[in-house]
Design a binder for this molecule. Structure first.
Ligand code: ADP
Ligand code: MG
Length: 845
């Protein structure tokens, strides 16, 4: 449950043992931090934890730059302390529950109950007990506290749409800075939520202060001195006393403070207790005069993202002004019944409490509401797409029930029952006048191509056209060859259209698509170019979903053409080889029906997978050599993260040259990477396919679909840099023939996280198991690649928040049934929010 924290603890202990050399982790602590923070964010138990994660990450990122072992020791010690306090805190929270030995441990994503005050009456006990009884897992631990009352004012959407410059104190310069943070309007500003919080609600007398705690003190300024150090640096130091003791506070480079912190003044100081020469001190604490409304002391203080030119005090002032005046004027988009049913704050309350929370509890409930809103808007958008899609008539395909028999008979194998089931689902859809909108999920090698062929044949047999769009030319070409083999003998006219199709051929294809001579068009994005007109496109198949965004799906759909009366939408079949856990698929592709190829064709072999140390590379080469001698072929993959990056391409070229010249001089090595022209790529691919080259050095362009049955070894260099899903895809390139196949993973850095991924790959060949694992490790943002998913960026919610996802989906479906077009006056703000939310997705791509 808190694996990441345990791992951190081990790393810190080890680093301490080794004398703070920054060597506890290969690649350094910073490298570790990058991976660690991702996972730890997902495992944070509550808000405090989240803040802690960010703080730890900040500290670790700078670790390598610290001046020496002493400074490092200090950081490591304080982190160790933080972890210990965390344990104590979470431990107490659990122990506070009424004695119930069998109670389940707190769910990882649910914040533990806050250390509640002693129950005052017996009734309280009973209530809590009953809740535990009926719903052991529900996060009912937190009674929803009423947030402070808000002024009753009318919503003012026009006002919220004004530029930030209309706020007092925000001139063009600051507005520019705010824009860098993504806020152009006042509404944007309200949605610019704190990055984390400093909790200064703990107040203590000076004599009880403890090193490293975040705390607030109230005292009197005894004396203030300023002095110059090293060049023009100015140090301001005050002695503060509260009767129980005194403490020194120091500020750097804020010379004006010397004037402000006058002797005798009553002040509030909030900050982290530090130490200097054995004595407790404050360094750069927040401070306010005692008589002021607390904004940055004595409370949970928001910490905002900053850019140059906007310091945190300024930012907080702006926010404070904007939130206090404008949050009550935010229109409430949620219908009252949903709010009551789910016990939500109003949106104004949620926004205000997220910025300036009264307590950890109100913060929790504020975020709960905002998380819901995001997921709810996501769901409503999806349902809306589906409705829009299905509002237009589809293209009911008419073909005789035995029209596909010759196709089945021509196959060299029997279909799996999963393939038969999915083909039946598709047949059922395409014969209707509502356009199909289906996602076909099947692991690598589960046989999606045959299913696509069957679907396209249905279109052809009904006298209509079908198109299949693939993300790369190589893949399109391969589909063209495979599908031609299946379909041409049955009298289907198939063409290939890609960016590199010669002009003359292209214009012939355009003509034959328009006049209906071509039945099935296979291609790339070239298929959705403006010039392409189909005579009667009835089915669009899109391969490898995760490479296409929502827009592109839409573009291919839009190639549907007028039938007798009005436009008809083609049926759409989206094929994905990235196994997505079902709940998540329903959330992300809520506009699609789901078909699952959950059965592998018989005789599919396990690909033996080994994770080798960096030092074992020679063994991998030896293995490749032996396999080639036995007549097989091999891939060697290099981790080029961004295909557009020239430097990466160069690295692959260099490696290729080294391998050819020094390691395998007697074998033929080929090279393929994203920087090659498409005819060069094709030539390299063809040479490998025909066996002309023995070893293909490749970048991730090889990831999807390509099929060379004679290849039996997949060596993946820098395997730690790829995601699980991608590694699984690579691995799926081998084991496609009759020979035993192997996958060798070589990591250039053995971070704990990479370790987890690579050993998962060693353990299973099952794509769905790996997908679950991948989600667990990386979270869905990384899993899909934000730009590719085509959904709006979520600020608050995690797509892993299954409980909230389910609630949001149910409520969205409910609402959609009652008012699909959101026309009810009560839903007008909601309709506006949905539009706004989804516009943002358009911006991303
Ligand atoms: P993917 O789902 O990864 O696209 P393919 O459609 O490329 O998988 O199929 C992988 C391999 O399995 C192909 O060589 C294909 O001919 C073969 N295949 C598909 N269906 C079956 C089946 N039912 N029985 C045996 N082999 C099959
Ligand atoms: Mg495929």
């Amino acid at each position: 449950m808190t694996r990441s924290f345990n791992r951190l603890k081990r790393v810190l202990d080890l680093e301490a043992q080794q004398g703070y050399q920054n060597k506890a982790v290969v690649g350094g602590i910073r490298q570790f931090a990058v991976f660690w923070v991702e996972q730890a964010r997902g495992e944070a138990a509550d808000e405090l934890d989240q803040a802690l994660v960010e703080q730890i990450a900040d500290a670790l990122m700078d670790y390598g730059r610290l001046p020496g072992p002493e400074a490092r020791q200090k950081v490591i010690r304080s982190l160790q302390d933080s972890l210990q306090r965390r344990e104590a805190r979470l431990g107490t929270a659990v122990a506070q529950k009424p004695a119930k030995p069998s109670a389940p441990p707190p769910e990882k994503r649910q914040p533990p109950a806050p250390p509640a005050p002693e129950p005052e009456t017996a009734d309280d006990f009973v209530e809590e007990d009953m809740e535990d009884e009926s719903e052991p897992e529900a996060p009912k631990g937190r009674k929803r506290p009423s947030p402070p009352p808000m002024p009753h004012v009318d919503p003012d959407p026009e006002g919220l749409a004004r530029p930030t410059t209309s706020l007092k104190g925000v001139g063009p310069k600051i507005a520019q800075n705010l824009e860098k943070l993504g806020a152009q309007t006042i509404w944007d500003l309200l949605l610019l939520f704190p990055r984390r919080y400093d909790d200064y609600t703990l107040m203590k007398p000076i004599k009880d202060l403890v090193y490293d705690e975040q705390v607030t003190i109230i005292g009197t300024v005894w004396e203030t001195r300023s002095r110059r150090v090293r060049g023009d640096q100015v140090l301001v130091q005050s002695i503060i006393s509260d009767g129980s003791g005194t403490i020194q506070a120091t500020w750097f480079n804020q010379p004006w403070l010397a004037e402000k912190l006058k002797a005798g003044m009553q002040v509030v100081l909030s900050g982290k207790v530090d130490q200097f020469l054995g004595r407790l001190v404050f360094n750069s604490p927040e401070w306010e005069p005692l008589e002021m409304e607390p904004l940055k002391t004595r409370r949970i203080v928001p910490v905002y993202p900053l850019t140059a030119g906007l310091n945190s005090n300024r930012m907080r002032d702006i926010m404070q002004a904007a939130v206090s005046y404008w949050s009550p004027r935010v229109p409430e988009p949620l219908p009252a019944d949903i709010r009551e049913r789910q016990d939500f704050y109003t949106l104004p309350q949620a926004i205000s409490q997220t910025h300036f929370p009264e307590s950890q509890d109100t913060l929790y409930h504020a975020r709960r509401r905002l998380v819901f809103d995001e997921l709810f808007l996501l769901q409503l958008g999806m349902q809306g797409f589906r409705r829009d899609w299905q509002a237009q008539p589809g293209f009911p395909l008419v073909f005789s029930p035995d029209a596909l028999d010759p196709f089945y008979e021509s196959l060299p194998f029997a279909l799996t029952s999963a393939q038969r089931r999915v083909i039946a689902e598709i047949a059922d859809d395409v014969t209707r006048s509502i356009p199909m909108n289906r996602l076909l999920q099947g692991d690598v090698g589960s046989g999606k191509t045959v299913v696509a062929a069957a679907a396209m044949l249905m279109a052809a047999k009904a006298g209509a056209q079908a198109a299949l769009m693939a993300p790369t030319e190589i893949l399109a070409e391969q589909h063209y060859q495979g599908l031609s083999k299946l379909l041409v003998p049955l009298g289907v006219n198939v063409c290939l259209l890609t960016g590199s199709t010669p002009a003359a051929e292209k214009s012939r294809i355009y003509e034959e698509l328009a006049n209906g001579t071509i039945d099935v068009a296979i291609g790339t994005h070239a298929l959705i170019q403006a010039g392409v007109q189909f005579q009667r496109l009835a089915l669009s198949v899109i391969d490898e979903q995760h490479r296409f965004g929502v827009d592109q799906r839409q573009a291919l759909r839009d190639k549907g053409v007028p039938t007798g009366n009005g436009a008809a939408n083609p049926h759409v079949l989206v094929m994905s080889a990235t196994p997505i856990p079902r709940t998540l698929a329903l959330s992300l592709y809520g506009d699609l029906d789901l078909s699952l190829l959950d059965e592998m064709p018989p005789g599919r072999q396990e690909i033996k997978t080994r994770w080798l140390r960096n030092s074992e590379r020679e063994r991998a080469y030896g293995f490749v050599r032996r396999q080639v001698k036995a007549g097989r072929q091999a891939y060697i993959i290099y981790p080029l993260v961004e295909e557009s990056d020239k430097i990466d391409a160069k690295a692959a070229v260099a490696e290729y040259e080294r391998l050819q010249a020094e390691v395998f001089p007697d074998l033929r090595v080929g090279l393929i990477h994203g920087r090659l022209k498409s005819d060069e790529k094709e030539a390299a691919m063809r040479a490998f396919y025909s066996g002309e080259t023995h070893i293909l050095v490749a970048t991730s362009v090889i990831e999807v679909g390509v099929d060379v049955p004679n290849s039996t070894v997949m060596v993946i260099e820098g395997a730690n840099r790829f995601g699980l899903a991608q590694l699984h895809q690579f691995r799926g390139r081998v084991g496609r023939g009759v020979h035993q196949s192997y996958c060798l993973l070589i990591a250039d850095n053995e971070s704990a996280e990479a370790e987890e991924r690579l050993s998962a790959l060693e353990q299973t060949n099952d794509g769905f198991v790996l997908a679950e694992k991948d989600l667990e490790i990386r979270g869905p943002g990384e899993f899909f690649g934000r730009r590719q998913s085509g959904i709006p960026e979520l600020q608050m919610a995690s797509l892993l928040d299954m409980e909230m996802l389910t609630i949001a989906r149910d409520e969205a479906e409910n609402l959609f049934r009652a008012d699909p077009n959101l026309e009810d006056p009560e839903h007008r703000w909601l309709a506006a929010r949905v539009r706004q939310f989804w516009e943002q997705a358009g911006d991303v791509s």
